[in-house]
Design a protein around this ligand. Structure first.
Ligand SMILES: [Fe+2]
Ligand SMILES: [Fe+2]
Length: 267
């Protein structure tokens, strides 16, 4: 048995706080991530690794009027790295729509071959195959997987046909029935899920982006989404409503290819 944690939508913005849409509430995303990390440190058994599900840094929220440069993102990624340095395990990172690829690679993926190398990859842990996808498209709130990434995914799946596999992605590939959030899905989510449905070794897809805990099951596939470590989105569609926390993350226990999972809300 091994355990991992899925921590997502940390939205670190160095030098500012997140003013919640339509309110005067200023939310400190640093402080809420620190509380999550502190809680992860107390888990027994301890996680073998963490998966960070995207929207990791978002100073863009402080400057919605223009596109920020990689240099302007750098302090937020440095802050993120400092906070995550307290995790009791190593971390794997995904891109989200608010992230900046070049600054992300520089801070979190020194192994990236070129500064703008897309962030998709896979790894193995104790008999389980884990795939991280990159649904980020610069300048877009919704997401997409380009043909090169889909071709890579097909090859990766074929090479691990006999290994239980968990897939991570930032954007939700199936709509949730939430009017506002469903304007920002993975645009070719149907194509991705059809591809995964043809792979008996894949049963679980874990996403972020929607700032809420959701579960959708179709055929042999289950899509789980994890709450944010900061602001949460009401599940009641229209008009969209945000709440200041509570910070959340997901714990996943894997045993013989089976998975059990729960969400922790930090009070
Ligand atoms: Fe987010
Ligand atoms: Fe997002």
């Amino acid at each position: 048995m091994f355990r991992f944690v899925h921590i997502t939508d940390t939205h670190i913005m160095a030098g500012g706080t997140w003013r919640i849409r339509g309110t005067d509430v200023e939310f400190d995303t640093d402080a809420s991530l620190r509380r999550v990390v502190e809680t992860v440190r107390r888990l027994q058994p301890a996680p073998a690794f963490a998966v960070l599900g995207g929207d990791l840094a978002s100073p863009d929220i402080l400057h919605r009027e223009r596109t920020l440069t990689p240099a302007e993102y750098a302090p937020s990624y440095a802050r993120l790295r400092e906070i995550l340095g307290e995790l009791p395990c190593r971390a794997h990172f995904l891109m989200g729509n608010h992230d900046n690829l070049e600054a992300f690679n520089r801070a979190l993926r020194p192994e990236a071959s070129v500064p703008d190398a897309p962030c998709y990859y896979s790894f193995d842990h104790d008999g389980t195959h884990l795939i991280a996808l990159d649904s980020h498209e610069p300048g877009h709130a919704d997401g997409v997987l380009d043909p090169a990434q889909l071709a890579w995914l097909a090859r990766d799946l074929a090479a691990h046909r006999d290994t239980p596999t968990i897939v991570f992605i930032h954007h939700h590939p199936w709509p949730l029935g939430h009017a506002w959030m469903d304007t920002m899905t993975l645009r070719n989510g149907g194509e991705l899920m059809a591809m995964l449905a043809g792979q008996a070794q894949v049963r679980w897809v874990i996403g972020g982006h929607v700032h809420s805990e959701q579960l959708i099951q179709r055929g042999g596939l289950t899509l789980l989404t994890t709450p944010s470590t900061c602001i949460q989105l009401s599940k009641v569609a229209g008009p969209a409503h945000f709440d200041p926390g509570p910070p959340g993350f997901r714990v996943v226990d894997v045993e013989d290819g089976s998975l059990s999972t729960f969400v922790v809300h930090v009070r």
